[in-house]
Design a binder for this molecule. Structure first.
Ligand code: ADP
Ligand code: MG
Length: 659
């Protein structure tokens, strides 16, 4: 691979990166984060309705949250309003005729409370006089009001966390459940990283929206309306002036948000490219070392990284500058309001207490407007994420089992014997390309059938059809004379033990991994199966024997050892049909022969399909099928095929020479 320039690197890696497992999201808080974000929801209404469906079990709690929000907003508004009579009182302003209705009302309440029994008692005890009893009473009322506000905020936060986290739990569960039901075909078309990012980025974005954005949006709107009402009751003219400034904030906010969104998007793409590049170089580290590409990699990475730096700088700058700019603009309104209010105070009966309160309100009035403008971005990207999650949930699952499919051993059908027949089976993974053409074959119970042929001939595909990873378009496959579609998938797969070509081990002990083949097997049975698979001796040499923990697909084992564990797993199963797809391709010939001897016992009463590239292992099969480009070109037992002097003869003698 020649060294690539920035442009081509970005093109390749921004796309190849899907936010793999544990893909880093951006910084928490402040704006949308994570990779694979962005995009506009195609049908926001529908997506919102569906998200609401997840919130529905919490309707009552949500109503409570709304009440709490109202309470905390209103208490904060009222609380600041109380300043008006207090300041007037201290300043000695006569509120008799000029002050607004609410200021007078608040004054009356405080005065009444100040002359109540407990308050007079306290005042007398401390010897308070002048404005101080009034102040003391006001402080008490402040405490009660803000106490209510704090309680409401606390409740709101608790409830919201509960609602959000249980809804997310259900979303993740639904998504995971769906994944387990998707046909193998889905995983062919969707890379692992892509699917992972549904769980990581997208769910994360929904989380962020539900737990932060939504509440701050709603409380922002409530604050806005509440402030407006209180401003109106305080002073009509000043309110009009403040409202006149709204367009500046709205436009300014939207404009800044748009700009920072643009840079944010660029930054995300650059970050995606860097992450994609890292992913690939980490997983391909050995190959990079083998071919001495470290230097090139470093240079390519530096290019991408430098580009990220520039874009991140711009995104951070515009994202960070937004708050200060809007804050300073609101100071201008503040000063302007104070000026006009001051003049009004001199000319009309506007009181200093009211001016203070109004100035406060006008200051907090602009904040929600700017905020709402920027929150929309987060909401859109979360909705787009939710849409992608729902799209996976809406994927067609594996076709349901046929009506009345055989699901368990019954009187009429007491277990599968293993009589397998393929008749004129034609199949392609994609419609454009036929992979298997007119395959017909049979295997009687207990027989061993082998498939040989070059890579890509279609050997694995045949086994994929037998256990219904894929369904065939034409022809038929029967077991014991019954079409495999007449068995439930569970039942069918329970009756076929498979060693897949792509081995996989799960996180857990060696014992647990083998037991995966039959969950009710005893330890002794597991060990017996390991012996059959010639895995016992190497397992005993592991540090903790059968209790050795395997991680990351058995990264601490050799490829051959992994295969042995997979064979042991199949050996544990009592299924009447056994499929071994290149099961021993990575073990040495001596061990292989060992396994064969062990397996012979196992295969005795089972129908076995063996795929092997080492022809010595298939010699004793009842029938050998030679596949070439999806067709069986030769068949017969070992001697027949040698006598034929065809492809098998070529393969066999070729291998012999190499041996
Ligand atoms: N999941 C898949 N999607 C599309 N094509 C596939 C898939 N798996 C295999 N193929 C194609 O089918 C053909 C047969 O593959 P396979 O049965 O795996 O061959 P073999 O096991 O004989 O090496 C190949 O041309 C391969 O490219
Ligand atoms: Mg194969």
């Amino acid at each position: 691979m020649a060294k690539r320039n920035l442009e081509s690197l970005q093109k390749q890696y921004a796309k190849s990166s899907h936010g793999g497992p544990g893909g880093p999201g951006g910084p928490r808080g402040g704006g949308p984060r994570g990779r694979g974000m962005g995009g506009k929801p195609k049908n926001a209404g529908h997506t919102i309705a569906r998200l609401l469906g997840y919130l529905k079990p919490h309707t009552l709690a949500l109503l409570l949250v709304l009440v709490c929000m109202l309470t905390s907003t209103v208490t904060s508004l009222i609380g600041s309003y109380l300043l008006s009579p207090v300041i007037n009182h201290i300043a000695g302003v006569d509120m008799g005729t000029d002050a607004s209705f609410f200021t007078e009302l608040a004054d009356k309440i405080i005065t009444a409370w100040a002359s109540s029994a407990p308050m007079t008692f306290l005042s007398n005890t401390f010897g308070l006089s002048g404005p101080f009893p009034y102040l003391l009473a006001a402080i008490f009322i402040f405490a009660v009001i803000y106490g209510c506000g704090i309680l409401a905020s606390y409740l709101q936060a608790r409830l919201m966390v509960h609602i959000t986290q249980s809804s997310l739990e259900r979303i993740r569960n639904d998504l995971f459940e769906k994944l387990q039901r998707l046909p193998v075909r889905y995983f062919d078309a969707n890379p692992t990283g892509e699917t992972m990012s549904r769980f990581t980025n997208d769910v994360d974005n929904i989380d962020h929206m539900l737990s932060n954005t939504l509440t701050s949006l709603i409380s922002g709107i409530i604050t806005l309306l509440g402030t407006f009402v209180f401003m109106l009751t305080t002073n009509l003219w000043l309110t009009l002036i403040t409202v006149a400034f709204i367009p500046i904030f709205a436009l300014g906010g939207a404009n800044l948000a748009k700009r920072s969104r643009k840079f944010y998007k660029e930054q995300q793409a650059a970050l995606g490219a860097v992450n994609g590049y890292i992913e690939e170089t980490v997983s391909g580290q050995k190959v990079i070392k083998v071919f001495n590409h470290e230097q090139d990699c470093e240079e390519e990475f530096a290019l991408l990284n430098h580009d990220l730096r520039g874009k991140q700088y711009r995104a951070m700058f515009w994202g960070g500058i937004m708050g200060p700019i809007m804050g300073n603009t609101s100071q201008i309104t503040f000063a302007f309001t104070l000026g006009v209010g001051g003049i009004m105070m001199l000319l009309t009966g506007f009181t200093p207490g009211e001016l203070t309160v109004f100035a406060n309100y006008s200051k907090q009035f602009s904040f929600p407007i700017t905020n709402i403008a920027s929150q929309m971005t987060t909401i859109f990207s979360a909705l787009a994420g939710a849409e992608r999650v729902f799209a996976v949930m809406d994927q067609a699952p594996e076709q349901p089992d046929a009506e009345g499919a055989i699901d368990e051993d019954t009187q009429e059908h007491d277990g599968i014997k293993g009589d397998v027949v393929f008749e004129n089976v034609t199949f392609g993974y994609v419609p454009e390309k036929t992979v298997l053409k007119n395959i017909s074959l049979y295997a009687h119970p207990g027989q061993k059938i082998a498939f040989v042929g070059s890579t890509g001939a279609g050997k694995t595909t045949i086994t994929n059809l037998l256990n219904r990873f894929y369904d065939i378009e034409s022809g038929s496959i029967t077991i014991d004379g019954i079409d495999i579609k007449q068995y439930s998938r569970d039942y069918l797969r329970r009756n076929i033990a498979m060693v897949l070509q792509d081995t996989h081990l799960f996180t857990g002990t060696v014992m647990e991994n083998i037991r995966y083949g039959r969950l009710d097997a005893t330890d002794e049975e597991v060990i017996a199966a390991a012996k059959t698979a010639s895995a016992h001796s190497f397992i005993m040499r592991l540090e903790h024997g059968y209790q050795t923990k395997l991680e990351g697909d058995g990264a601490n084992l050799s490829q051959g050892q992994r295969q042995l564990l997979n064979i042991a797993r199949a050996a544990l199963s009592k299924a009447p049909i056994l499929v071994l797809d290149e099961a021993t391709s990575s073990v040495d010939t001596r061990t292989e022969r060992h396994i064969e001897r062990g397996m012979d016992r196992l295969m005795k009463n089972r129908t076995t399909f063996v795929i092997a590239h080492r022809l010595s292992t298939v010699r004793n099969s009842n029938a050998i099928m030679v596949l070439e480009q999806g067709e069986i070109i030769e068949r017969g037992d070992h001697d027949d095929l040698l006598a034929l002097r065809g492809r098998y003869y070529e393969l066999y003698t070729g291998v012999k020479e190499l041996d």
